[in-house]
Design a protein around this ligand. Structure first.
Ligand SMILES: C[S@@+](CC[C@H](N)C(=O)[O-])C[C@H]1O[C@@H](n2cnc3c(N)ncnc32)[C@H](O)[C@@H]1O
Ligand code: SF4
Length: 346
């Protein structure tokens, strides 16, 4: 993103904060609940691959994007389920980039990436692809399914050739905490970045899965401290130090101290067209309206303010909250560094 666009974005946020306005700057669209994997830790497990699941069609999605564009959206993330199972994903990426001018990214398990990307030039337009990779071959295949590691490596090779920006997304669990260095090494080898995410802790997450995936507090704390040390040495880890320190000190039970901007500056859309503040609030669907029925503007503007919510530690939400919390201080810093740079270049 260009420096000018960043400053404009910071200005929009500052004004919205002063005027107490909502703007859906970033939208995560869970385009389908179909998935070609069945990860036992998945936060959407209960919703995936149900025969009666409804998905918006191509035209409905394009119209929804237009409504969000009018509200000021700048960032669009296609996620799921597995978004590459949608036949029209290439067309929708093209629309998001060429017609809406969104910064557009895709979150995928990577299994279909190598074959889809070869046939469809739209993927080259993506600003970022997030690929989930949870460990070296043995761990990844055990957690996600036989053969998934090799498919991701093939995809990484192709993405490197095509020079598409990639970030590896790793879910921290008791199964991979002693393998994080090999993932960082792989990231360095592919000259890409890695972001670490903790498992969701919202009440709906089954206790059985907690037992199966949550590490002990001490082991977790030590592993995150090592990531903090590593982050201070290299730039491959893109989590902020604030996020890493927050999960080190508070995850999973103690309420953290980050103010939440979900439903105010970002939101999620379900495959059926419900607008929710974030993925930790999917159980609220019964209380909110569907954008296809009510219009997406109405559905977004009637979301509750989540400012006091401390229910989640998701990297996507909390990293956004951390940046949003720094503005307008961030904008002052940006202007200062810009003026300083101009002086230095005179
Ligand atoms: C729901 S998936 C959808 C995209 C794609 N199917 C994938 O797995 O990358 C998006 C991200 O959520 C992460 N995820 C899945 N279950 C989670 C959980 N219980 N807590 C936190 N993140 C989770 C996945 O690892 C993935 O990086
Ligand atoms: S691939 Fe993604 S959506 Fe599918 S089950 Fe695994 S985490 Fe869930």
């Amino acid at each position: 993103m260009k420096f000018r666009n960043l400053v404009e974005l910071a200005e929009d946020i500052t004004l919205a904060k002063i005027l107490k306005r909502k703007i859906p700057l970033r939208v995560t669209h869970n385009i389908t609940y179909r998935c070609n994997l069945n990860c036992s830790f998945c936060l959407l497990k209960e919703r995936l691959n149900k025969p009666n699941n409804f998905e918006m069609n191509t035209l409905q999605i394009k119209n929804m994007m237009k409504e969000f564009k009018e509200m000021g959206t700048r960032f669009w993330l296609f996620s799921g389920g597995e978004p590459l199972l949608r036949e029209d994903i290439g067309e929708l990426i093209g629309y998001a980039k060429n017609k809406m001018n969104f910064h557009c990214s895709l979150s995928t398990n990577g299994l279909l990436l190598a074959e889809r990307i070869k046939d469809d030039p739209s993927f080259k337009q993506l600003d970022l692809i997030q690929i989930s990779l949870d460990g070296p071959k043995e761990i990844q295949d055990r957690l996600r399914g036989e053969g998934s590691y090799d498919k991701i490596i093939s995809a990484l090779d192709i993405l490197r050739e095509l020079q598409i920006k990639v970030v590896i997304m790793t879910l921290l669990s008791k199964h991979n905490l002693s393998h994080l260095h090999s993932l960082i090494k792989l990231t360095a080898q592919y000259k890409t970045n890695i972001i670490f995410q903790v498992i969701g802790t919202q009440p709906a997450y089954p206790a059985k899965s907690k037992e199966k995936f949550f590490p002990s507090r001490n082991v977790f704390k030590q592993a995150v401290q090592e990531l903090i040390n590593e982050k201070e040495r290299n730039s491959f880890i893109i989590n902020s130090l604030d996020y890493l320190k927050m999960v080190r000190d508070f995850w999973p039970d103690a309420p953290h101290k980050i103010k939440c901007y979900a439903g105010r500056f970002y939101c999620e859309i379900t495959p059926e067209g419900f607008v929710v503040p974030c993925c930790a609030k999917l159980d609220r669907i019964k209380d909110i309206c569907n954008g296809l029925d009510a219009g997406f503007q109405k559905a977004f503007f009637q979301l509750d303010d989540m400012v006091e919510c401390r229910d989640c530690y998701y990297a996507g939400a909390q990293e956004s909250n951390i940046i949003l919390g720094m503005i307008p201080w961030g904008i002052i810093t940006l202007y200062r560094s810009y003026s300083r740079l101009k002086q230095l270049l005179k």
